[in-house]
Design a protein around this ligand. Structure first.
Ligand code: EPZ
Length: 416
């Protein structure tokens, strides 16, 4: 597995440009199956998760062509309805083909998602919604077999505001007769991106970004050209890098209104944040104030920034508390941070972090994407050398990370 050698303690200064959102790109790629004709996505990030999604598209019969940051998908002929177990185990977001395949072909066969490092990640809300649309679902031999002779709109209430379930149901409902209402829907900006692309393809959807989404179904959809929204989690990660290295970074191609909870917390810890158009400048000198954070569904504090903020808190002047309400096992980065001298106690869903003056260099291992990002930040802050292993996890969600950080003064290099 790839690894980074990071000589920490460098003050980072300069500009970093954020790429397209991973968590918007994946549903948009699945949605491209719904249009008769070609769809072209701009600002698609070069990430291993995106590459994996493209491979699944091609395994279903679609053709794809990339040109720089633009990716064209031609989905006239879809020859398959099955997602392999290997695909699902590699990436849970493979389940986002469920809705489009049912909409397009009236059937889909996908593996039940195996557990993942951060939690069990069930699909009950996806299946409850599809059943309400009239889809017949059988679970057997570890697979979900779904088919429908014709979906009909329904009024669906999600017990949990699931991002993936909201996206799958939006993509299924565009083919259902009549109107579908999704209540207690997830409100993330990536769902608004999906609504915008589907409407550009000819769909009639309203309400994304609120907890009630209305879909008028059975409209013919055509291909379109769409630009992916910037990645708010990548942007937040870079902002923390400025704080943790006592640096001064200007982060460009950001949508500031997608960053409100993150910007609020960065200001609360004592850093200086200035927003100008789609740029955010973060400067910090001096101590880091301790704080309490609880992860919530959007527009609350994002769980995907929890590991990175926990790394920040290891250096605070006092005791902080981080409570993770979304996933039941998202503190795998704690043991690795302890190896760097952090003082953290995990009690159930909360981590109590007693700040230390500085972190020590160490050999540490990424267990998942955002844990890897947290350890990357911790190593940049430590005033010694660290080796970060299993960085293939990081490539799932961060494009050209070492290149972007070398350009602002970080001493990081990739070792095979
Ligand atoms: C999306 O995952 C993101 N992934 C995750 O980002 C993100 O952490 C998560 O939303 C929450 O914001 C993509 O968008 C590709 P959920 P998703 O369904 O859709 C429970 C990253 O690091 N739940 O909103 O799988 C579930 O167990 C990744 O970029 C059910 O109970 O998340 C969890 O506790 C990690 N039943 C909560 O809801 C269901 O049917 C949120 O899950 C579905 C979910």
């Amino acid at each position: 597995m790839n690894q980074y050698l990071i000589n920490g303690g460098q003050r980072l200064e300069g500009c970093i440009t954020v790429g397209g959102s991973k968590n918007a790109s994946l549903p948009l790629l699945a949605a491209s199956l719904l249009g008769e004709g070609e769809s072209t996505l701009h600002n698609i990030p070069q990430l291993s998760d995106v590459q994996h999604m493209v491979e699944v598209l091609e395994s279903l019969g679609a053709k794809t062509y990339s040109d720089g940051d633009a990716l064209t998908i031609e989905a006239q002929t879809i020859t398959g309805v099955s997602i392999s177990e290997n695909s699902m185990r590699q990436m849970r977001a493979s389940n986002l083909f469920l809705g489009p395949l049912l909409a397009r072909l009236g059937m889909a066969r996908i593996p039940l998602p195996g557990g993942c490092r951060i939690g069990s990640r069930p699909m009950d809300q996806h299946l409850k919604g599809l059943a309400a649309l009239g889809v017949d679902i059988i679970e057997r031999h570890g697979y979900i077999e779904a088919k429908s002779a014709g979906m009909r709109g329904a009024d669906i209430y999600f017990d949990v505001p699931s991002v993936g379930a909201t996206e799958n149901l939006m993509m299924a409902a565009v083919a259902a007769e009549g109107t579908t209402v999704l209540r207690n829907a997830a409100r993330e900006p990536e769902i608004v991106d999906l609504q915008n692309m589907l409407n550009a393809m000819g769909a009639q959807i309203a309400g994304a970004g609120t907890s009630m989404i209305r879909v008028n179904g059975r409209r013919p959809l055509h291909g379109t050209t769409y630009t992916v929204v910037p990645d708010r989690i990548e942007a937040g990660t870079h902002m923390l890098a400025a704080v943790m290295t006592q640096g001064d970074l200007e982060i460009n191609d950001v949508v500031p209104e997608h960053m409100s909870p993150v910007i609020a917390k960065i200001k609360q810890c004592g850093a200086e944040v200035s927003v100008k158009g789609n740029s955010v400048r973060v400067r910090h000198v001096g101590g880091i104030k301790p704080m309490e954070i609880k992860t919530m569904s959007y527009p609350g504090f994002p769980t995907d920034m929890q590991p990175q903020f926990l790394a920040l808190m290891t250096l605070a002047d006092g005791t902080s508390v981080m409570t993770e309400t979304i996933f039941e096992n998202r503190f795998q980065h704690v043991d690795e941070l302890r190896r760097m001298g952090a003082k953290i106690i995990v009690e159930g869903r909360s981590a109590i972090i007693h700040g230390v003056k500085k972190l020590e260099g160490a050999f540490v291992e990424a267990s998942d994407l955002r844990a890897g990002a947290a350890l990357f930040l911790a190593a940049l802050a430590a005033e010694e050398a660290s080796v970060l292993r299993n960085i293939d996890y990081i490539f799932r969600g961060y494009e050209r990370l070492e290149e972007k950080y070398q350009a602002v003064g970080a001493k990081v290099q990739r070792m095979i």
